[in-house]
Design a protein around this ligand. Structure first.
Ligand SMILES: Nc1ncnc2c1ncn2[C@@H]1O[C@H](COP(=O)(O)OP(=O)(O)OP(=O)(O)O)[C@@H](O)[C@H]1O
Length: 252
């Protein structure tokens, strides 16, 4: 398997002087292409900061992050923006969609910045993704008339449009009811099973239990990690029990 992300001794500090706070404390890790990873840990332990560092959304204070063979700190701003647009997809708790344009236009908006691609090719791909995520037919819908689950599906379509190598999700099911959360997790699992590397920050043991590798953070470090076999729809309760046992052990 190929390494897609490598972090070497990364440290992230915020603030200066008396205000300085060390949020990531010397983290080294490797993510291989195709992995399905969850990051868990108490509030403030540095989960989102770690994801921001690995995706180049934020710079590290010390250490080095390599993404798909490229050292992020050595890239120019426009190269980093290109890398993020073409090789990474982001799913947030609530997708940031624009209210004055319809669903399809929201989905294709970031991809339209790539002048090498034709609008018709982008629309065709967007429609395929809408079909795959169960929102086909809603192309012209105003986003104020969509449910939370439908909006998240649109956010996923937008994230997948560039065929990213890695999908980063920060609490992607955090704002959804349990039925929608389950459906969105099924879609994300499918994305991973089709070969895309997926990394999710989550507080939810049910979500983490469907992944294959869980990094447990505490106080800016990876306290421990566990691996699980690929989830095949069976034994979810056993998997959740394993996750919660470690959370308990770590006092998370
Ligand atoms: N831009 C920033 N400037 C200053 N401090 C920050 C910034 N981003 C995060 N922090 C601080 O870093 C620490 C870790 O934050 P982070 O969001 O990574 O934690 P988390 O584990 O994702 O928490 P949660 O589960 O609550 O989202 C917190 O104390 C937070 O206040």
């Amino acid at each position: 398997m190929k390494n897609i992300i490598t972090a070497q001794n990364i440290i992230k500090k915020f603030g200066v002087g008396d205000e300085e706070q060390v949020v990531l404390r010397d983290i080294s890790l490797t993510i291989q292409a195709g992995e399905f990873v969850a990051i868990m840990g108490p509030s403030g332990s540095g989960k989102s900061t770690l994801m921001h560092a690995l995706s180049g959304m934020d710079k590290v204070t010390e250490g080095q992050v390599t993404f798909d063979g490229k050292v992020l700190a050595l890239l120019k701003e426009n190269e980093l923006a290109d890398l993020r647009r073409n090789k990474m997809g982001f799913i947030f708790q609530q997708p940031t969609l624009l209210k004055n344009i319809n669903v399809l236009d929201n989905i294709i908006l970031p991809a339209m910045r790539d002048k090498r691609k034709h609008r018709s090719t982008i629309i065709k791909k967007a429609q395929e993704l809408m079909e795959r995520t169960g929102i086909s037919g809603l192309e012209k819908r105003d986003i104020t008339q969509m449910s939370g689950g439908q909006l998240q599906r649109a956010g996923i379509c937008r994230a997948l449009l560039s065929n990213p190598k890695v999908i980063f999700g920060d609490e992607p099911t955090g704002a959804l009811n349990s039925k929608s959360a389950k459906e969105i997790m099924n879609i994300i699992t499918q994305i991973n099973q089709n070969g895309t590397t997926v990394m999710l920050v989550t507080h939810d043991a049910q979500v983490a239990a469907k992944t294959e590798r869980i990094l447990f953070m505490r106080d800016g470090q990876i306290a421990t990690e566990m691996t699980l076999p690929r989830y095949n729809g069976q034994d979810l309760h056993e998997r959740i029990d394993k996750v919660t046992a470690i959370m308990k052990e770590l006092g998370i």
